[in-house]
Write a protein that binds this ligand. Sequence first.
Ligand SMILES: [Zn+2]
Length: 289
Amino acid sequence: MRNDSQYRGRLAPSPTGLLHLGHARTFWIAAQRAKERGGALILRNEDLDPQRSRAEFSRAMIEDLQWLGIRWTEGPDCGGKFGPYAQSERRAHYLEVWRRLRDGGFIYPCTCSRKDLAQAASAPNDADDEPIYPGRCRGRMDAGAFSSPAGVNWRFRVPEGERIGFSDLNMGPRSYVAGSDFGDFLVWRRDDVPSYQLAVVADDGAMEISEVVRGADLLKSTARQLLLLRALALPTPDYFHCELLRDEKGMRLAKRHDALSLRQLRESGMSPEAVVELAFRPIEGGELL
Ligand SMILES: [Zn+2]
């Protein structure tokens, strides 16, 4: 066992529903990797979206993770020197990052309506992904004229045609082409909420995260985040993306799979050990359900 006091991993759930078996699997792996290295594990509450986040789910996720036997060294419940650990309390950090991106010429305001976008943007290959923005607001307005991000969308100008590669510690080499696999992505929303991509990069940088363990649904987002890290001259963490659990129809588990929420599994009398075992059982058609 290597003791690597530099290792800093994180658990980053969003409180928009109850944690399920898929989260248990990913977070268990993240916790084991931090433990094996004698490093730190940070719990970060990704409650950025005021429309979708609920305090009751924030409480439930802490309880459910503790029940499962996962322990962290810094978090909203126990503090730490990189706090606050709830994204809803970190707005000043995100504004600072927005300013740096604006001053560096990396982002631009976008005034397209939802309707404009529906007509102009090409649909992503992956239904979960944001549409590929065709860049129609590039160069339209002077970003420097904005002293705050509110009121318009802000997008990152991707280097058209550049292949963004990384070596995933679990899934091997990956690469995505900017401009065709993904377009100019949102960094700040017109309703004055930073985007997921901006907040994650800002927080992973500020919290000195050395390894990101998360679900494979975020593989492509890694390419976007690498561009943001480069623009901000922040160090690049290692990445370890975990296979997603799927239900009997091949759909990946989501918060709507109530029967597989940790809360319900616990209430049905399962022990934490049995839940972890279930989360790591080889997945064959429908076995989980
Ligand atoms: Zn636009």
